[in-house]
Design a protein around this ligand. Structure first.
Ligand code: HPA
Length: 263
């Protein structure tokens, strides 16, 4: 950790206010960014490296909508064999850089049959089905009993919804359910998730949000719905990437507008 702290000291000059985690296939989020510096994850001490197609591995400092932002282009997942502590290193690093707000994006499958591929889901809450490990497991002190009510900041959500509405982009609020993966879900599992109140399912984000709340970082969660097995009968990783790529362009403009006003 000491080596990492020292490494980040050289990067504090960028003074990022926001951190953006770029999920599966959503790399086009970087298209409108005025980039100052790109650092491959492999150069960052203690930082885990993504092994999945569609996930780059680089930290990017730049300006978007006149805000200093650090982007994590690509994340690592629990299903790659990493611990939850490793999976959430992007959030640790964000906090060490002084970030106050996090925009976390992902690709998800529809649990609510009324969500369609290409839809953007504004995450209003989550259900954590990633039992077994937790980024706060083993944490000392009482702060680990972190409050998760309003984890997805209601003010951020209001701002984002307003922007989407103004632009005529259909954004729905919903509940994201996290599973360990890497297999996709059975119909029985999707029915179960629907009954417990989930709208979409994916294999990331929740650990990052838990650690962000622990570290006092406000969160905006955005999901690109890439598949609906109720309509399509099955889902493949290549479809996830293809739909996410289209979604990324819309998300990118919405995030730009969000950053213009969010604090
Ligand atoms: N299930 C789980 N994770 C996903 C899916 C899905 O259908 N689509 C994209 N990520």
């Amino acid at each position: 950790m000491e080596e990492l702290r020292e490494f980040l000291m050289k990067l504090n000059k960028y003074e990022p206010e926001f951190s953006v985690v770029i999920g599966s296939g959503l790399g086009s989020l970087l298209e409108n960014v005025d980039i100052s510096e790109t650092i491959p994850y492999k150069e960052i001490p203690d930082f885990p490296i993504s092994t999945v197609m569609g996930h780059k591995g680089e930290m990017v400092f730049g300006k978007l909508a006149n805000k200093n932002v650090v982007f994590f282009n690509g994340r690592v997942h629990y299903y790659e064999g990493y611990s939850m502590k490793e999976v959430t290193m992007n959030i640790r690093v964000s906090s060490m850089l002084g970030v106050k707000g996090l925009i976390v994006s992902n690709a998800s499958g529809a649990v609510n049959p009324l969500l369609y591929p290409g839809d953007i889901l504004l995450i209003k809450d989550h259900i954590n089905l990633m039992f077994g490990d937790n980024p706060l497991r083993g944490e000392k002190g009482n702060e680990k009993f972190v409050n998760m009510i309003d984890a997805y900041d209601s003010e951020y959500r209001k701002i984002f919804s307003k922007i989407a509405h103004k632009k005529g982009i259909n954004v729905r609020e919903g509940v994201y359910c996290a599973v360990p993966g890497p297999n996709f879900e059975t119909f029985a599992e999707l029915n179960f998730m629907s009954r417990i109140g989930a709208d979409a399912v994916g294999m990331s984000t929740v650990p990052e949000v838990i650690l962000a709340r622990f570290l006092g970082i406000r969160v905006l969660g955005l999901s690109c719905v890439t598949d609906n097995v109720f309509i399509e009968g099955l889902v493949t990783h290549s479809q996830v990437l293809e739909v996410a790529d289209k979604c990324g362009k819309t998300l990118s403009s919405l995030i730009g507008n969000f950053l213009e006003v969010a604090k």
